[in-house]
Design a protein around this ligand. Sequence first.
Ligand code: AHM
Ligand code: MG
Length: 338
Amino acid sequence: MKVKTLGQFIIERQADFPYAKGELSRLLRDIGIASKIVNRAVTKAGLIEILGETGETNVHGEQVKKLDVYANEQFIAAFKAGGEVCAIASEENDDIIPIYSDISKNAKYVVAIDPLDGSSNIDVNVSVGTIFSIYRRKSNVGAPGQLSDFLQTGLEQVAAGYVVYGSSCMLVYTTGRGVNGFTLDPSIGEFCLSHPDIKIPEQGAIYSINEGNYLKFPEGVKKYIKYCQEEDKATNRPYSSRYIGSFVADFHRNLMKGGIFIYPSTAKAPKGKLRLLYECHPLAFIVEQAGGMASDGFNRILEKRVESLHQTTPLFIGSKAMVEKAMEFMKEYSSEKV
Ligand code: AHM
Ligand code: MG
């Protein structure tokens, strides 16, 4: 069987953009490399105690870091070394990280990233992920990037993707021409095209939501959950409830099988929990490219403008027919306060 590696695929696709100079291709390649380094650390996470790496220093005399901090550092280092990025916004950093160096002085792009999402699942050997989003800068080339470079709508994303560190490691991304998935073949250390042109089923049979918060959900969500549990053969109901608690892993499963993921407003998080810039926008871009939908319950996620780096939003994302149905319930039973 002839395999196509991520590197080959990126180069082939570059030819689709006649004026592209290869910067985006290099940036995507750098993300692929950093993900492999993070994957190596994630797969060894269970051995940390055995290898004596939970103390202050490891066997190499280096300070031991938590995996999410480690992942953040790996991606930042990759972007700094690559020279294509003039600023980074990360879940791990309160403010943007401007970049300006000899190799990056002509950089056109900014990257928003959640380096290790679902980090509460690391200790228990459950899938975690990375989410990234790439924008063209708004400020002039020739200076470090600025906060304003990130304050765009999701529609302006140039590329977005995620990596799921699961039973295998997969990288899925879009540049606005469909969605493609690559699985890491550990024997050759390469991401290989395994899921070309991913499409999400229009109607699935899975709903994913933290039902522990049920009492504080908006009325529209409560009613929709009951709808999911009712019996109806035409729409595959009752749906199965599946919730890992790692957004990337929950999203990935629903993308493959069809389903809806909801993180609505709750009493604890009146504006939702998930972050617009580096969690919701990128996965909304992917889901739409795969034929699905992403909404805050009333409005399209991609049309929302980022107003602050760590701003959150309620999120309804997944199969088109399911998101549309949930929005019908929101319209009927909840008022728009987002
Ligand atoms: P994190 O970025 O701190 O890991 O939080 C985000 C995670 C998502 O991966 C997941 O969908 C969500 O939080 C789960 O939240 P909850 O435990 O409230 O259901
Ligand atoms: Mg996160």
